[in-house]
Design a protein around this ligand. Structure first.
Ligand code: ADP
Ligand code: AMP
Length: 210
């Protein structure tokens, strides 16, 4: 099954992708995590992406599409995958179609902007595996340490309030129109994402019949 999770920054895409990945045994592909790793390693692609990410803008389509293409060609993707944070623009969605990729379902996790700042200011992300936590709503068992891999769970620089405002603006302008794009193709399911993580997971799993 090939799935897309849509939603604002902080809507819970990463959190729910982890749940689906565990349940269905298919990988979570987060372009944000791949880009952060590239920035950390100082690769050519990381150098191109860095300033966009720091300002809350999107990385140019051709860079992200290239990353995605390479990732889904890997062996662990042959039984399907969960796209978390891709596509984020109409040209990215069109690129997927032009690659001949069939998307089974697109789940839009809907959370109002007013809730997002609190979600992102308390977010902690594992430096090693990218798992997402919240100091209040979804804390790791041991403070600052990832439950899954023992890596350090740290705050992301772009979760600073002023960058979050810019990321939300970018989202409404460039990514939100994708809901309509996939609705027209009969793929969209909307899930209200304000309940607790486990209740939202139930709704997300029901939406994909898992
Ligand atoms: P996204 O991948 O959409 O940017 P995340 O999955 O990283 O968002 O979630 C953003 C933050 O909100 C994280 O700190 C996460 O633990 C927390 N979170 C996710 N889902 C919920 C929820 N249903 N209720 C409260 N907090 C949540
Ligand atoms: P995320 O971890 O999904 O919140 O993404 C962090 C940042 O990486 C975003 O603010 C963008 O700058 C960049 N990014 C991630 N995915 C994409 C994408 N599909 N298209 C463009 N930029 C992206």
């Amino acid at each position: 099954m090939n799935l897309i999770l849509l939603g604002a920054p902080g809507a819970g895409k990463g959190t729910q992708a982890e749940v689906i990945s565990e349940k269905l045994g298919i990988p979570q592909i987060s372009t944000g995590n791949i880009l952060r790793e590239a920035v950390k390693n100082g690769t050519e692609c990381g150098l191109k992406a860095k300033s966009f990410m720091e300002s809350g803008a999107l990385v140019p389509d051709e860079v992200v599409i290239g990353i995605l293409k390479d990732r889904i060609a890997e062996d662990d993707c042959k039984n399907g995958y969960i796209l978390d944070g891709f596509p984020r623009t109409v040209p990215q969605a069109e690129a997927l179609e032009n690659m001949g990729i069939n998307i089974d379902k697109v789940v839009s996790i809907d959370v109002p902007d007013e809730v997002i700042q609190g979600r992102l200011s308390g977010r902690r992300v594992c430096e090693k595996c990218g798992a997402s936590y919240h100091i209040q709503f979804n804390p790791p068992k041991k403070e600052g340490i990832c439950d899954k891999c023992g890596g350090n769970a740290v705050q992301r620089k772009d979760d600073a309030p002023e960058t979050v405002i810019e990321r939300l603006r970018t989202y409404h302008e460039q990514t939100a129109p994708l809901a309509d794009f996939y609705d027209k193709r009969g793929k969209l399911v909307r899930v209200e994402g304000q309940e607790e993580v486990k209740d939202t997971s139930k709704k997300v799993l029901a939406a994909i019949n898992a």
